[in-house]
Write a protein that binds this ligand. Sequence first.
Ligand SMILES: *Cc1c(COP(=O)(O)O)cnc(C)c1O
Length: 462
Amino acid sequence: MNSLKKNYSRREFLKTNLLVGAGAVAALGSTNKAFANYVSEFSTTPAVLGGHPALSSHDWPAWPIWNPKTDEKQLLEVMRSGVWSRGKVVAEFERRWAELCGAKRSLAVVNGTNALNTSLAQLEIGWGDEVLVSSYTFIASVSGILFNGAIPVFVDVDPETFQMDPDKIEEKITPNTRAIIPVHILGLPCDMERIMAIAKRHNLIVIEDACQAWLAEINHKKVGTFGNAGCFSFQNSKNMAIGEGGAIISDDDDFMDRCFSFHNYGNPYGSTAGQIGTGTVRIGTKLRITEYQAAIGLAQLSRLESQTKLRNENAGYLKSLIKEIQGIVPYKLTPNVNQAAFHLFPFRYLKDDFYGLSREKFVDALNAEGVPCSSGYNELNKMPFLKNAFNSKFFQKIYPKERLDYEKYAEENMCPMNEKLCNEQAIWITQNVLLGSKSDMNSIAVAIKNIRNNAEKIKSKI
Ligand SMILES: *Cc1c(COP(=O)(O)O)cnc(C)c1O
């Protein structure tokens, strides 16, 4: 059959002939008839209906990246040294991470979840307190609040940015509110300037969940350095991949000393040492990372800055291409963001502009074209962990009955914009795609356009 040839020639065409640069924007618009015809000639059948995919999965850089030549020397040294528990390589990793973030101190811990737990605990946020948190996020942004005994209060999002909406924060503040956890979700920064101003006005602690936002910047200042503490994750799927790992950054020496102590059984450290020989000084646990994790981290750090730049370039370019497509609304950055992390590339899908093709079918169709994507988060504020926490013996012992009225809580924590993103509109493309080439970005845009052109057919056939 000539389908292979057709696929080859289409790939060839896309790789070699699609304009690279701003010109491609015009080329994808309907004004350029010659181009539109050429593309449609090669793309009459979307992959989901049996045509050839616009891209194949092996086109994307695999994740995580590991380069034996450059990355294994230090790792092998650690393995052969027999010093595997926390030592000088972890300290070196912390020094480098603090430096890259522009923070005074950094503490490596076992994961991002415990970076958040530790920060909350060492800022003494817990029983009786309310903590404001973005509604559009991963479970770990919220679970740490309950873990420390506090009650999460969900703030709705701005659907254009996917971030906590600063206009909706103050209406949620009560006499019990102690802290805000802005989450730089998808690697796009929250509006920290406005959030910090609100926090200052109401005397609230700010813990940034930057677990998806390594090296993202607002006015050339890294996220994680705006609040009292910044928390990061180095889990395997993250842009800074160690397998498991996390970090807390802060300029507050006393706080960082307390965090160190907490992550090391509560044993004395720095200013928390107290009198020599007094022994363990606080409630603590053990959250130390190993020397070999730090060695892997140092290898990943060596490419994080250049990868971040590439993701930003490709994201901006892909955004410029797909915003031309009716029914596709790419992310908007909050004011003064000069670099995002792009853990994900988000856009909103408006099915009415796609002849009513459901988001699930659109995602299937785009995946079939070889573009890894998903419909993203479910609504956290309606999951059973909240009601179960309220019903637990712990919460019932500490809180008066009226504060554990779940029906009332659920009503007060409705987030209609978040609901829309979760249930109808959000679509993510994974971060490794943004390490591809410009012509890959062109192919993604062509694939989306082709799905739109065939939306009615796809709707009836799959
Ligand atoms: C990944 C993540 C976490 C938790 O990090 P782990 O290292 O997986 O524990 C917390 N918050 C957000 C927004 C995350 O994406």
